[in-house]
Design a protein around this ligand. Structure first.
Ligand SMILES: Cc1c2[nH]c(c1CCC(=O)O)Cc1[nH]c(c(CCC(=O)O)c1C)Cc1[nH]c(c(CCC(=O)O)c1C)Cc1[nH]c(c(C)c1CCC(=O)O)C2
Length: 362
């Protein structure tokens, strides 16, 4: 039986995602539950990153930290987890190395390495800890704000699985798509299947909206994005609502954040998602014009504006809100990428307060 939760008191995000006019733009930031918060370090202690993800009690506590700190300002929670739990579910080892990021000791280097992956993934079995964390976070939120679920996009996950971690050159992932396009598509299709079921089960567990992170979209040419990323993003937006109906669930709003894919904005507006996330390379007014009410846009402050002090933050907010049409229709406030570790939490608070002030039009 699906869990019962308290009714939502703040549905600003869900209304904005559906394209409704709102009293002010909803606000959240990517990586809002993370290292810039002293309480995050306190809760995490010396534990391994993925051990924290696998502990529903701690993961749900961390999920709520920004909601508690920025009560009355923040309009969403995002479940504390990572995009790399899918490669783990497919059978790969992923470690999070302090100050360096993710590391795969045994990446996929040639197509025959695909045999190392699990032939079929039991998503509920492999990723059950994420669903438990979501259900617990929903209970703890008690309807304060909606809870977002998320997944890595197939192209971004494939790149990590082949590169074995972060990359500047993408030599291995590019070798795959150019030398082994057929096997690359097979891998993308396998990842996509797991992504769809993972998102569906997140919704069953209590996620009220979901975001797909294609963090490495910008490494592809427009031509290759159309071949190796977009079709799989479209498959997710098409299949997720169908799968949810099969599971007796209502579809939820979906966001696509394809970082660096400014050239694909028009296509992304037609890709079946309700919300399109923008990075800071895009001009807000230009993007708002291109979207033309087809989707709600999310973004796109330079995350580093938060290092600029209050005056710089105020100026950025005052010029950005009007560029998104005043902020009451078709816009969700966010940064153009995740918040970085050395931001002063008080400066983020100021950013939210200024967006609240300017976005309310008072
Ligand atoms: C590419 C990617 C990853 N993970 C994620 C992405 C997509 C978004 C993006 O492009 O940034 C997504 C992600 N990762 C994390 C969240 C939690 C929810 C949130 O608050 O947004 C989300 C949504 C926690 C995290 N994921 C990670 C941390 C830091 C872990 C720590 O050291 O405590 C957190 C809070 C680790 C992580 N995880 C990943 C990397 C590259 C790193 C190292 C990053 C770094 O060092 O800055 C993979």
């Amino acid at each position: 039986m699906p869990e019962r939760f308290e009714p939502l008191k703040n549905d600003l995000l869900l209304r904005a995602a559906r394209g409704e006019e709102v009293e002010r733009p909803p606000m959240w930031v990517m990586r809002q539950a993370g290292r810039y918060l002293p309480e995050y370090h306190e809760a995490k202690g010396t534990r391994d990153f993925f051990a924290v993800c696998r502990d529903p009690e701690i993961a749900s506590t961390i999920t709520l930290q920004p909601v508690e700190r920025y009560a009355g300002l923040l309009d969403a929670a995002i479940i504390f987890c990572d995009i790399l739990v899918i490669p783990q579910a497919l059978g790969m080892t992923v470690e999070m190395i302090d100050k360096k990021g993710p590391h795969f000791p045994d990446p996929l280097r040639v197509p025959s390495d695909l045999e190392k992956l699990r032939a079929s993934v039991d998503v509920k079995e492999q990723l059950g800890y994420v669903f438990d964390a979501i259900t617990l976070a929903r209970k703890k939120l008690a309807g304060r704000v909606p809870l977002l679920g998320f997944v890595g996009a197939p192209w971004t996950l494939m790149s990590y699985m082949i590169e074995g971690g972060g990359s500047k050159m993408f030599v291995h992932a590019k070798t795959w798509i150019f030398k082994y396009p057929t096997e690359s598509k097979q891998l993308l299709a396998r990842i996509t299947e797991v992504c769809i079921e993972f998102l569906a089960q997140q919704v069953v567990a209590g996620a009220q909206m979901v975001q797909v992170f294609d963090s490495w979209a910008g490494e592809l040419t427009p031509h290759d994005f159309a071949i190796f990323s977009l079709p799989y993003l479209r498959l997710i937006s098409k299949r997720l609502p169908e799968r949810l109906r099969e599971l007796g669930q209502e579809p939820v709003p979906m966001t696509i954040f394809a970082k660096g894919a400014w050239y694909a904005l028009d296509d992304l507006c037609e890709s079946g998602y309700h919300v399109v996330g923008l990075d800071w390379l895009q001009d807000p007014a230009e993007a708002y014009k291109i979207a033309n009410g087809r989707v709600t846009l999310q973004g796109n402050f330079d995350p580093n504006i938060l290092y600029g002090g209050r005056e710089a933050i105020t100026q950025a907010v005052e010029r950005t809100v009007p560029a998104f049409g005043g902020g009451k229709k078709g816009w969700i406030v966010n940064l153009g990428h995740g918040i970085t570790p050395f931001v002063d939490p008080e400066d983020l608070k100021w950013f939210f307060e200024e967006c609240h002030r300017v976005g309310s039009g008072v």
